[in-house]
Design a protein around this ligand. Structure first.
Ligand code: ADP
Ligand code: MG
Length: 448
């Protein structure tokens, strides 16, 4: 049983690592512990403020791992005592370290990820200006570019740069007070402190910072109530010449429901974007990342890989991890194109979850495929070469994610009945039209 508990926990960590951004993973999972499993309930020890995240984001992973390992439904019970009961999972057989693939020590109290540095960030056409801005903000916090607003698609290095800024500031001045925080956690902290009536404490904490690094502020959009608090924190820091750096997957004026005054504040300093790396940069990134692996990568393999993933560096890294796994299992020294191809295939198959695909990703892939803009996809235009892709995107959003109809509708500026109508229509079309089905399968392949 204990051994199965180990497997169960390891599987949860694996699935979560696949799904979450690294900093998120480290923050929410690295100090979580499985205490025991009793009557199909897994007792998991957490910091209290992490419970919400687990409940909202990891339930299906716990279910999946439960079915895989125990062939039954396992639910979670979270506990928060200061001193965790000594976990049986990590006891005798596996040293504790093994259940934490990423060592705790990487993350310091300010939540900075020490691995993300300017030194290991590869420069290319698509990120040159952003790197320049980020370095300026790091060398001279609170003066040159304040706030610095970095935006760009997933996996292009926003979180990396944000941490690199923090790490550089600390190098220059070890006494700087820095906090890296995701917008999600920022909002959670606010909610928790409001509930506990300890808001002053929290305000104090943020206002005493020299540098505030906030990741993924597009998530502010849905939380109108907390925008006020955010605004106040922002002003308090800004007025005291403290550096604020924000990242987002889109520019300030495209964040839904973001109050005008915040949009304008965000644009006071420097707004800069990162675009996907070109082929040469992808080759350079790969060449740098493979140094960590004990295998020989012929140039043809590197170029092959660089051609497989053209819009997301995280995917490139994922491919390398998989290659590493396959090469170690098969005891291979040289990574041929065949080995790389196999690793990529198995990666695609092992992707599990439904809920994690963002609707924007679907919109992006569909618009790329049909060579129209995301704006068109969300527009009211009725001509067929835009309306059909839009319906396909809605169809895929319904089929590939667990989002509700109204939520999907909102992402397209439509109501739920339009989504349902589109879904039914495309389903019927696919049944009759083989070539459309193949097209949609191809798009799906790119998404999942
Ligand atoms: P984002 O926050 O934009 O989604 P991340 O910062 O999490 O992206 O980057 C995803 C992964 O890709 C990270 O491991 C990061 O180190 C790596 N990465 C992205 N761009 C580069 C780059 N130009 N050079 C080196 N590594 C990069
Ligand atoms: Mg990020």
């Amino acid at each position: 049983m204990t051994q199965n508990n180990d497997l169960f926990w390891t599987r949860i960590l694996e699935l979560a690592q696949d799904r979450l951004k690294q900093a998120t993973y480290e923050y929410f999972l690295s100090d979580a512990r499985l205490i025991k499993i009793e009557n199909q309930v897994a007792f998991i020890h957490l910091e209290p403020r992490k419970q919400n995240f687990w409940e909202n984001n990891l339930n299906d992973i716990i279910l999946t791992a439960g079915f895989e390992i125990f062939d039954t439904e396992i639910s979670a019970n979270y506990s928060f005592e200061e001193e965790p009961i000594r976990p049986i999972t990590t006891s005798q057989r596996i040293p504790e370290q093994d259940t934490k693939p990423i060592a705790n020590t990487v993350i310091s109290p300010n939540n900075l990820n020490k691995k993300y540095r300017f030194e290991n960030f590869i420069e290319g056409e698509g990120n040159r200006w952003t790197i320049t801005g980020a370095m300026a903000a790091a060398e001279d916090p609170g003066t040159t570019y304040n706030p610095l607003f970095i935006w760009g698609g997933p996996g292009l290095g926003k979180t990396h740069l944000l941490n690199a800024i923090g790490n550089r500031v600390l190098e220059n001045n070890p006494y700087s007070r820095i906090e890296y925080i995701t917008t999600e956690n920022f909002l959670n902290e606010f909610t928790t402190h409001i509930r506990l009536g300890t808001m002053e404490e929290l305000k104090e904490k943020f206002r005493s910072l020299d540098v505030l690094l906030i990741d993924d502020v597009q998530f502010l959009s849905r939380k109108a109530v907390t925008q006020e608090e955010f605004f106040n924190t922002f002003n308090a820091l800004y007025d005291n010449n403290k550096q604020i750096v924000l990242t987002s997957d889109r520019p300030p004026d495209e964040i839904d429901d973001l109050e005008e005054r915040l949009v304008s504040r965000f644009s006071w300093g420097l707004t800069t974007d990162i675009t996907p790396p070109d082929f040469e940069t992808r080759v350079a990134i790969l060449t740098s990342k493979i140094q960590e692996y004990p295998y020989t990568f012929p140039q043809t393999t590197i170029e092959y890989l660089a051609n497989q993933f053209n819009s997301n560096v995280r995917d490139l890294e994922g491919a390398l991890k998989n290659i590493n796994l396959i090469a170690s299992i098969k005891n291979i020294d040289t990574i041929t194109v065949e080995v790389a191809a196999e690793a990529i295939r198995s990666k695609k198959i092992s992707k599990v979850s439904k809920t994690v695909i963002p609707i924007e990703e679907i919109q992006e892939q569909v618009s790329q495929f049909y060579n129209i803009s995301i704006k068109d996809i969300k527009s009211g235009k009725r001509q067929k070469d835009i309306a059909l892709p839009r319906q396909i995107a809605m169809y895929l959003a319904r089929e590939m994610t667990d989002n509700s109809l109204p939520k999907i509708g909102k992402a397209f500026g439509r109501d739920h009945s339009t989504v349902l109508h589109s879904f039914n229509k495309i389903r019927e079309l696919i049944a009759q039209d083989e070539s459309l089905r193949i097209e949609i399968d191809a798009i799906k392949n790119k998404i999942s």
